[in-house]
Design a protein around this ligand. Structure first.
Ligand SMILES: [Zn+2]
Length: 243
């Protein structure tokens, strides 16, 4: 590597967010945000186990603190666990002090199972929040494929999109549950019910794993990083993903 590309690689390591790895091996990472959830995380774990697939779960600290048994169960299934902040507030709107408090509080809750991976809530971050994560030893993980499972009610649409787009080294964004401070944990109105119903995601996950069985290996993010060259992108738009 020449000096200029070595410098560029260092800058990407500090400021870039992992979006995929470059590899020709048929391997990819499924990632699940917003859990753990006693209703919808166990079915995800059962499906993954049935297909001998491993995933990476970006957990919300507050939910993890309420369900330590689920955190342990995720880890014992061979899955990786990363941070998704303490209470899922978007980082750009928080003070630096509060962001670091969020990361530390989540980190304490995930011990001893957490890895040094973080996915900022909504995929939103600033240069400053990225630097803070780096200073705390975190790799920021984005995605290369957004399943749209947080708004798409049809398993056929989700699975068709993923099956068309999946490629070696991909990082797929999924949600085992949906965490939002503004919504009641268990609402009674029908809009909230459809918003929180994870049936479409669960069936789509099963369709994708079934169709790709024997053709792809589904590994954790730490494992994926050993297979290929990490692609880190500058990921600073204040509102890139879910809103
Ligand atoms: Zn989230």
């Amino acid at each position: 590597m020449n000096p200029q590309s070595a410098i560029a690689a260092s800058v990407r390591k500090v400021l870039g967010s992992l979006s995929r790895v470059v590899t020709s091996e048929p391997v990819l990472s499924l990632t699940f945000d917003d859990g753990p959830d006693p209703d919808s995380t166990p079915p995800v774990l059962e499906i993954l186990e049935r297909y001998q697939a491993r995933g990476t779960f970006f957990l919300v600290g507050q939910a993890a603190a309420a369900h330590p048994d689920l955190v342990k169960r995720i880890a014992s299934g061979g899955h990786a666990i990363g941070s998704h902040s303490w209470d899922h507030r978007a980082f750009p709107g928080l003070s630096s002090r509060e962001r670091q408090r969020q990361l530390r509080a989540c980190e304490r809750t995930l011990q001893p199972y957490g890895s040094r991976l973080v996915r900022p809530p909504y995929g939103e971050q600033t240069i400053m929040s990225r630097l803070e994560a780096f200073a705390m030893g975190y790799e920021v993980v984005g995605w290369s494929l957004n399943s749209g499972d947080w708004h798409e009610p049809s398993s056929a649409v989700i699975s068709k999109y993923l099956l068309e787009m999946i490629e070696p080294g991909a990082i797929v964004l999924l949600h085992d549950t949906l965490y939002d401070k503004g919504m009641p944990a268990h609402g009674t109105d029908s809009a909230h019910q459809s918003w929180t119903d994870r049936g479409a995601m669960l069936s789509a996950l099963e369709i994708v794993l079934d169709r790709l069985r024997g053709r792809y290996r589904f590994v954790t993010i730490p494992e994926l990083l050993h297979v290929g060259r990490p692609r880190r992108t500058f990921w600073f738009k204040p509102s890139l993903a879910i809103k």
